[in-house]
Design a protein around this ligand. Structure first.
Ligand SMILES: [Cu+2]
Length: 346
C-alpha cells in the first residue's frame, strides 16, 4: 500500500490513527475495517481476563493478546545469548574467533499473529550477538543464501577492504571478513547494500560486543536492540520493540536480583524514525556512550540515540517490584516498545 498517493489511505497511517486516539498498541492496528497488518484481526479481540500489564490503567497500553511462538525466537533467551564463536589460538598466542553467518529470508513473528517477511542473519532478527575481547582476531564466514545481494558491515576499526561495502556478496556466494577486534565497546553490524533502509529494516543487523582486555566488573548482562517493523511497506513503522517482539518484556518481565549489577548493551537499529530512546522508571543508570571508556559516564534515566548509536548502561535495583522501561517517545512505547524489570530476592 502506498499511502502517499492515496489521501483516503493516508488516514489509516498509524500516526493518523494515533491522533484519532484509535491506536494504543499493536492490538488496534486496524482502521476503516481493514487490517494494516496481516493477522491483525486476531489482535483486535478484547483481552480475556487479566492483561499482561498488571497495575496499569486499561487503555493506556493495550499490549497484545496471546503470545508469539517462543520456540522459534524467544527474546528472553536472546537477551543473554552471547556467541563467543569457535575459539582457537594463533601461532603468536593470540586468540582467534570464528563464526559462520548465513543470510536467509524468513517470516518472523513480531507480535502474536503478526508476521513480517524478514531478511535475517542466521534465521533470526536481530542476528546473533557476537562477543570477543579487544585484540582478538575475528573471522566471520558469511554466506548469502537469500535471493538479494548482501554484506556485513561492522562498526569499529578495520581495513577498508573488510568494511562490508565491497564486494557485494551475491546470492550463493561467500566471503570471509577478517579483522582485529577494536576498540572495546558495543558496536552494531548490518548489511550495507543499497537501498540501505530496506536492507536494514528487513532485519539484517546485530550486535558485536568487544570486551576490554581486562574485562568488565561481573554483572547480569543483556543485549537490547531497539528495532521496529514497517509491516505495510509505507516507510513508517507499525510495530516497535527491543529485540523484535512487541511488548515481550511486559508479558515476560526480566528478573533482576536485588542489588546485583545489571549491564545492558543497548543499540538503536530503528529505521525510518530519526531517534529512539530508553527510559528506566524508578531508578537511574550509569551511561557509557559507545562503551569505549570505563570511567567516563553520566548518571541519567533516559538515553536518546540516532540510528547506529549505542551505549552500555549499568545500574542496580534495590527495592523489590516491577520497574518499567520504554522508549520515551510515547508513540513507540504504545506500539510495542515497553517492558518491565522485576526485582526480587532471587
Ligand atoms: Cu542486504
Amino acid at each position: 500500500m502506498n499511502n502517499s498517493s492515496n489521501p483516503k489511505a493516508k488516514q489509516t497511517s498509524r500516526r493518523s490513527m494515533l491522533k484519532l486516539g484509535v491506536a494504543a498498541g499493536a492490538v488496534t492496528l486496524i482502521a476503516a475495517g481493514r487490517p494494516l497488518i496481516a493477522g491483525a484481526e486476531t489482535l483486535h479481540a478484547p483481552p480475556p481476563g487479566p492483561t499482561p500489564h498488571d497495575g496499569m490503567a486499561h487503555g493506556d497500553f493495550s499490549g497484545t493478546v496471546g503470545d508469539v511462538d517462543l520456540s522459534l525466537f524467544d527474546p528472553s533467551e536472546f537477551l543473554t545469548a552471547f556467541d563467543w564463536g569457535k575459539e582457537t589460538t594463533a601461532a603468536d598466542g593470540s586468540t582467534v574467533r570464528e563464526w559462520t553467518i548465513t543470510a536467509t529470508e524468513k517470516e518472523i513473528e513480531i507480535a502474536p499473529g503478526v508476521f513480517f517477511p524478514a531478511w535475517t542473519y542466521n534465521g533470526q532478527v536481530p542476528g546473533p550477538t557476537l562477543r570477543c575481547r579487544e585484540g582478538d582476531s575475528l573471522l566471520v564466514h558469511f554466506t548469502n543464501s537469500s535471493s538479494h545481494p548482501h554484506t556485513i558491515h561492522f562498526h569499529g576499526f578495520h581495513p577498508p577492504s573488510m568494511d562490508g561495502i565491497e564486494p557485494m556478496i551475491q546470492p550463493g556466494d561467500s566471503f570471509t571478513y577478517a579483522f582485529k577486534a577494536r576498540p572495546f565497546g558495543v558496536h552494531p553490524y548490518h548489511c550495507h547494500v543499497m537501498s540501505l533502509k530496506k536492507h536494514i529494516h528487513k532485519g539484517l543487523y546485530g550486535t558485536l560486543i568487544i570486551d576490554p582486555p581486562q574485562g568488565r566488573e561481573p554483572a547480569h548482562e543483556m543485549v537490547m536492540v531497539m528495532n521496529a517493523f514497517d509491516t505495510t511497506f509505507d516507510n513508517e513503522n507499525e510495530v516497535y520493540a527491543v529485540n523484535t517482539v512487541a511488548f515481550h518484556y511486559m508479558k515476560h518481565p526480566i528478573r533482576i536480583k536485588l542489588g546485583e549489577l545489571v549491564r545492558i548493551y543497548l543499540i538503536n537499529m530503528t529505521e525510518f524514525d530519526l531517534i529512539n530512546s530508553l527510559h528506566l522508571h524508578a531508578s537511574m543508570f550509569r551511561l557509557y556512550r559507545t562503551g569505549t571508556s570505563l570511567d567516563h559516564f553520566e548518571i541519567t534515566d533516559t538515553v536518546t540515540m540516532g540510528q547506529g548509536e549505542r551505549a552500555v548502561l549499568e545500574f542496580t535495583l534495590d527495592e523489590p517490584g516491577k520497574y518499567m522501561f520504554h522508549a520515551h517517545q510515547s508513540e513507540f512505547a504504545e506500539l510495542g516498545w515497553t517492558g518491565f524489570f522485576e526485582a526480587g530476592p532471587e
